[in-house]
Design a protein around this ligand. Structure first.
Ligand code: S3P
Length: 445
C-alpha cells in the first residue's frame, strides 16, 4: 500500500428507501489486537470473524514477519501460532502497515521492548501522521527510534535490550498510545502504568486480561490508571470478533436520513467506549432499537433496528469524543440533514487521523451546499432540515471514512454526489458498496 494507487472515483444518488438486513464485518480494533496478542501468546489462537480489510491484512503480514505463524482458513477464520511475550524475531524487510495508524502504532509498541530492530512505513496518509506520540513513551522503555523530521515514517525502531517498566501520563485521549505502551510493557520488567485523561476504547485491556495478563484499571482524580504486570505468559485463546460499530455507523446513518428506510443490523459491538455515536443519534431523535443486549466474547453486543427519522441538531458533549472519535465524519453528514445546528467540540484529535477530518468534512459539506463553522478543535454544521443540495465532488484524502460519509450523503441529497477516490474504503469496510447496494442504495465506482 506504500506506493501510489490509481484513484477510484465513486458516486451515489438517491433512489429510494434502504430496507433489509446488514451483516457488518468484524471490528477493526479487535481484529488488529487478536492478531497481535495471538502472536505474543503461547499456543494456537483461533480467530473467527476477522475483518478482511487491508489494514488488518497488513497487520497479519507483519505478525508473520515477526515470526508468528498466521494461517488464513478462509471466510474470516484465522489461526495464529504465537511466539510468546519477548519471542519476536527480527523482520528481514521493511514492515509496510499501509493506511493503518492502529496497526503501525500497536506493532511498534509490541516490538519496542525486544532486542530487535524493525523499519516501518505506510501509504502517503500514514507517512504524514505523527508517530512521536508513540516513540516518545517507547523511548522511556529504552527503545530508540529514527524517523524522518517530526518522527514521520519511514521510521526504524531499535528495541530496548533490557526494558524496564514505565509510568506514563498520556497527553492525548488515544487508545493507540495506551495500547502501544501496554504492549511494550508486556516485555518490560516490573509494573507499567498508563494514565489516560479520558477513557478511550478498552479492547486491549479486555483482551490482555482474557489472554491471562494481570491488568487493572482504576479511576483516579485525573482520569484512569491502567497497570500491567510485566513478563506474563499469555495463553492462546479462541476469539470471536464482534461486528464493527464504526462500520455499522454508515448504514445506520444512511437509513436515518433516507426517507422510508428500515434496516436491521445483528450483533453490533456496543462496548461503551465505542458507542457514543448511537447515544448522540438517539439524543437527536433517531429511531433506533437495541434488541437482545448481551455479552459475546467479553464485549457487549446488541441487534439494531433503525428507521428513518426527523432529527434535531444538538451540542455533542466534548467528553463523549473518545467513544465516537471515528464517527464524527458520518455524524456531520447526519447533522446536515437535521433541523438546527449540531455543535461538535473537543475534537482536535480528528486533525491527525487518516487525514485532517475536520477540514475534509468542512470543505466537502460546503461543496454540497451545507454551511459549516470550523475551528482548531470544533465543527458546527448548520442543519438543512432534510434538504441538502448535494451535486459536488468531495475530496477524500486517502481516508475511508470521509469517502463513505459522503457516499451516504448522496443517498439522501437532492442531486447525486461524487467522491474523488474510494479506494481507501477497502482498508476498513471492503464490502461497503455491495452491502449498501443490497439494502437498495445506488453507489457506483
Ligand atoms: C483505534 C483508536 C483510535 C481510532 C482508530 C482505532 C484503536 O485512534 O481513531 O481508528 O483501534 O486503538 P486514537 O486512539 O489515536 O484516537
Amino acid at each position: 500500500m506504500a506506493g501510489h494507487l490509481t484513484p477510484i472515483p465513486m458516486a451515489s444518488q438517491s433512489v429510494g428507501p434502504l430496507k433489509g438486513t446488514a451483516i457488518i464485518p468484524g471490528d477493526k480494533s479487535v481484529s488488529h489486537r487478536s492478531l497481535i496478542l495471538g502472536a505474543l501468546s503461547v499456543g494456537e489462537t483461533k480467530i473467527s470473524g476477522l475483518l478482511l480489510g487491508q489494514d488488518v491484512l497488513d497487520t497479519a503480514k507483519a505478525m508473520s514477519a515477526f515470526g508468528a505463524k498466521v494461517t488464513d482458513h478462509g471466510e474470516g477464520n484465522f489461526s495464529v501460532n504465537g511466539v510468546g511475550v519477548g519471542g519476536f524475531s527480527e523482520p528481514v524487510d521493511v514492515i509496510d502497515c499501509g493506511n493503518a495508524g492502529t496497526g503501525v502504532r500497536l506493532i511498534m509498541g509490541a516490538m519496542s521492548t525486544s532486542p530487535i530492530n524493525a523499519t516501518f512505513t505506510g501509504d502517503a496518509s500514514l507517512r504524514s501522521r505523527p508517530m512521536d506520540r508513540i516513540t516518545d513513551p517507547l523511548e522511556l522503555f529504552g527503545a530508540k527510534s529514527y524517523g524522518r523530521t517530526n518522527g514521520f515514517l519511514p521510521l526504524t525502531m531499535v528495541g530496548a535490550r533490557d526494558a524496564h517498566a514505565i509510568r506514563y501520563i498520556s497527553p492525548h485521549p488515544s487508545a493507540q498510545i495506551k495500547s502501544a505502551i501496554l504492549l511494550a510493557g508486556l516485555n518490560a520488567l516490573g509494573e507499567t502504568t498508563l494514565i489516560e485523561p479520558e477513557k478511550t476504547r478498552d479492547h486491549t485491556e479486555r483482551m490482555l486480561s482474557g489472554f491471562g495478563a494481570d491488568i487493572e484499571t482504576v479511576e483516579i482524580k485525573d482520569g484512569f490508571a491502567i497497570t500491567l504486570q510485566g513478563r506474563p505468559e499469555l495463553t492462546a485463546q479462541d476469539i470471536v470478533v464482534p461486528r464493527d460499530p464504526s462500520s455499522a455507523a454508515f448504514p445506520v446513518c444512511a437509513a436515518l436520513i433516507v426517507e422510508g428506510s428500515e434496516i436491521f443490523l445483528p450483533n453490533i459491538c456496543l462496548n461503551p467506549t465505542r458507542s457514543g455515536l448511537f447515544t448522540t443519534l438517539v439524543e437527536m431523535g433517531a429511531d433506533i432499537e437495541f434488541e437482545n443486549n448481551r455479552l459475546e466474547g467479553g464485549e457487549p453486543v446488541a441487534d439494531l433496528r433503525v428507521k428513518s427519522s426527523c432529527l434535531n441538531g444538538i451540542e455533542v458533549p466534548p467528553n463523549r469524543a473518545p467513544s465516537m472519535i471515528d464517527e464524527y465524519p458520518i455524524l456531520s453528514v447526519v447533522a446536515a440533514f437535521a433541523k438546527g445546528k449540531t455543535i461538535m467540540r473537543g475534537i482536535k484529535e480528528l486533525r491527525v487521523k487518516e487525514c485532517d477530518r475536520i477540514d475534509a468534512m468542512a470543505r466537502g459539506l460546503e461543496t454540497m451546499g451545507v454551511t459549516v463553522e470550523e475551528g482548531e478543535d470544533y465543527l458546527i454544521v448548520h442543519g438543512q432540515n432534510g434538504e441538502v443540495e448535494g451535486g459536488g465532488t468531495a475530496e477524500t484524502h486517502l481516508d475511508h471514512r470521509i469517502a463513505m460519509s459522503f457516499l451516504c450523503l448522496g443517498l439522501a441529497s437532492k442531486k447525486s454526489i461524487k467522491v474523488d477516490d474510494g479506494h481507501a474504503i477497502a482498508t476498513s469496510f471492503p464490502i461497503f458498496k455491495s452491502l449498501m447496494t443490497d439494502l437498495g442504495a445506488s453507489i457506483t465506482g
